[in-house]
Design a protein around this ligand. Structure first.
Ligand code: NAD
Length: 255
């Protein structure tokens, strides 16, 4: 018996095999879950489709999370094919490269709004469309980073977006608890992915974590996947509105 046997859900945010969402997908599938995937554009579809099919997924849909109609179409299709769902994984984020490179005070109005829209508001929109498909309850997990609660050099506007994301997790959890819909975030340590390549001084972040975290190393995509599996499963039935750190203990280390 797998932990997720009989459970179905959708994963937003696989770009390639390095994506955190892919680490999550592999854990969920090996625990027995049935998965649907989304991809941002045609170029990414070429990467996402074979990965999804390797986990026996049959629902693989386009979705730009900045477009409400795209999100609505995904959940409409899930309703048509499955009726209900048990979980949603939100692992998407975007900020313009210049807004991660320039000093934070130089962030443009448009760049700020874009980062907030794609990286934080999208969780609210996704949850809104997911609610009707979770009549008996469900679990939603998003991905955050320490830059939400500390000024991490080079993280800039993405840190502000992650602060909004973590706050959204708490407000959604407070609203939806009575419907047995749990909403949590995993705050992951730095991992080399496509999105991470846009973050300034990213290699420095990896080295600082190796030097200063209690476990003395960075975390893996698999470890983030395992923690997300826990939050999505019935093992975490009493857990909601939390930011769960998976960062080798770096957030509590004085260095
Ligand atoms: P990634 O590049 O593999 O994933 C980011 C995903 O966001 C991609 O699949 C991309 O297609 C998607 N995306 C961007 N804009 C989108 C849009 N408008 N519509 C739909 N999808 C869109 O990188 P990742 O590191 O796996 O990122 C996944 C999540 O984990 C992000 O929220 C990121 O901030 C978070 N995170 C990453 C790290 C890290 O060090 N890599 C650490 C903590 C948190």
């Amino acid at each position: 018996m797998g932990l997720m046997d009989g459970k179905r859900g959708v994963i937003f945010g696989v770009a390639n095999e390095k994506s955190i969402a892919w680490g999550v997908a592999q854990q969920l599938r090996s625990a027995g879950a049935e998965l649907a995937f989304t991809f941002l554009n045609e170029a990414l579809e070429k990467r996402v489709r074979p990965l999804a099919e390797s986990l026996e997924s049959k629902i693989i849909l386009p979705c730009d999370v900045a477009v409400d109609d795209d999100i609505a179409s995904v959940f409409k299709e899930l309703e048509r094919q499955w009726g209900t769902i048990d979980f949603v994984v939100h692992a998407v984020a975007f900020a313009r490269r210049e807004d991660l490179k320039n000093p934070f005070s130089q962030t443009s109005r448009e760049g700020f709004a874009l980062a907030m829209d794609v990286s934080a508001y999208s969780l609210v929109a996704m949850t809104r469309f997911a609610i009707p498909l979770m009549p008996e309850g469900g679990s939603i997990v998003s991905m955050s980073y320490l830059g939400a609660v500390m000024a991490v050099p080079g993280y800039n506007v993405m840190g502000v977006a992650k602060a909004a994301l973590e706050s959204s997790v708490r407000y959604l959890a407070a609203e939806l608890g009575k419907q047995n819909i749990r909403v949590n975030a995993v705050s992951a340590g730095p991992i080399k992915t496509l999105a991470a390549s846009g973050i300034g001084n990213f290699n420095d972040k990896l080295h600082v974590m190796e030097e200063r975290s209690p476990l003395g190393r960075t975390v893996t995509q698999e470890e983030v996947g395992k923690a997300t599996l826990y939050l999505l499963s019935d093992l975490a039935s009493g857990v909601t509105g939390e930011v769960h750190y998976v960062d080798s203990g770096f957030n509590i280390s004085a260095g």
